[in-house]
Design a protein around this ligand. Structure first.
Ligand code: AMP
Length: 112
């Protein structure tokens, strides 16, 4: 999608600090990190939100991508958090589905 910032990152038209890439999934550092490690994991195809993520195969590939990023960044032993914001109340600001992978410090709960 032309007006989607994350599609433009996938296409290489906007720079990003990539940490992981495979055929279906891309992961890159968030531009405004909320933790020492804050990476966004996205499918390469445009899917607006978790409500439109109907391809279960793709959902599984995203989870595999998250696991691979966690291993690559050595978060798998101490742990990390995965967040998906959906819609207005969920705080979604970019309407290309993405999963925030947060780690590198002890995270508090509940979120705001
Ligand atoms: P959300 O509020 O869940 O939709 O999250 C969108 C996230 O995308 C925010 O954490 C932003 O900081 C991040 N973001 C927006 N533009 C970029 C960009 N060009 N590169 C990396 N992260 C971005």
């Amino acid at each position: 999608m032309d007006d989607c910032i994350f599609c433009r990152i996938v296409e290489g038209k906007i720079p990003a600090r990539k940490v992981y890439e495979d055929e279906h999934v891309l992961a890159f550092h968030d531009i405004a990190p909320q933790a020492p490690v804050h990476v966004l994991v996205i499918p390469k195809v445009h899917v607006r939100s978790i409500m439109e993520l109907e391809d279960e195969g793709l959902a599984g590939k995203i989870v595999t991508g998250i696991r691979n990023v966690a291993r690559e960044l050595n978060l798998d032993e101490k742990g990390f958090r995965v967040v998906n914001n959906m819609g207005q109340d969920g705080g979604q600001t970019v309407f290309h589905i993405h999963f925030h992978l947060l780690g590198g410090r002890t995270l508090t709960w509940p979120p705001g």
